[in-house]
Design a protein around this ligand. Sequence first.
Ligand SMILES: Cc1ncc(COP(=O)(O)O)c(C=O)c1O
Length: 411
Amino acid sequence: MFTSNKHAVHSPYPDRLKEILTIASASESREWLSFWPIINMTGTPLWKLPGLARQLGIAHISIKDESTRSPLGSFKALGAPIALLRLIMRRWPEHNLSAQDLFAGRHRELLAHFTVISATDGNHGKALAAAAQAIGCGCVIVIHANVNAERELAIARYGARIVRTTGNYDQSVEEAARLAMENGWNVVSDTSYDGYEDVPRDVMQGYSTIAAEVIEQSNSLPDECAFTHVFVQGGVGGLAAGVVGHLWEFHQLRRPRFVVVEPEQADCLYQSAAAGQLRKATGSVDSLMAGLACGEASPLAWKILGPGADYFMTIDDTAAIQAMQVAAAGNAADPPLVVGESGAAGLAGLITLLQHPLGKAEAGLGPQSRVLLISTEGATAPSVYETCVGETAKSVLARQIEWLRVSRDTR
Ligand SMILES: Cc1ncc(COP(=O)(O)O)c(C=O)c1O
């Protein structure tokens, strides 16, 4: 399914959106993240895929590889930690707390009875647990029935207490809110709801780091974006909003076209675009793309995506698996890449759209198109990855290293 967003606004970045996301606050978040030792702040790679671009009949593809952002294996390491820092700073303004000291665990005593809680389908919870462990506060993570044991273990490894609920992601969000109320804990959610916007706003600001790095790595100028199209995957929409908001503010009227890609079973953003207002997903919400399996969009993210995203589309799980395999295979011109299930959605969306003449024409995709993709995760569930790709992530990475060696030698 593909739809043009009739409510997209082609104006300079609106002032009302600056209350949610600005380049200035994103820069501060980026600087703070540099104090968390596990973060790769030299920037994640922006790989070029000229071989695939040629095969698909477009001018250029770049893919931002968030698998190497931190040992956590996904871009989510950029969001929850920032929201946690800002939450603590707001709670104790009189202490003048710094990001550096907090990440170094120098305020453990102050935080001994401070507990944060969140629902997750894996990556957000892992990032929150890891940040809470570094900073020295308590952490409870609520997972739903379909979060696999591998992902659960990866979160528990960072010292979080795990609560498993029946039901889907949206029900786990409700359960986290209920537990927080009952126990006096603090919700650090990546999705917003009525009266709860500060934390998810801070999470989205952290994600903008990806867009800031892309601008630098692609030598984009305000008047000259290196890309004509950006394909970005959507769960609750926070990542997409962080990327759209940042690039819109930077490029203003020259912003690229944004295509938001979701699983067909969890199409809340697509349905919202079609209706011109927030709508729930129409499908089962369960998807192989675990990070995108959300039934309700974040209203705060929608404030940016409603006017800022140009197209919305859905893909099936098979398309994601094929995209994972294409990325892992590489070719003489393109490096083999470890792209996880949710990470592959943007590439899957691009491949799918190029096969549909009407959607392709409507989105203005053709031989001149220069496309940015964001691989938001590596093999965060290694056994799922291996089943989908037919090869372990370790083996794909070994081929990547060999590809780099050969391409260096032949340069
Ligand atoms: C790997 C991955 N990609 C993309 C997303 C989507 O992000 P958002 O829910 O902010 O839209 C998630 C969310 O958990 C994720 O884990």
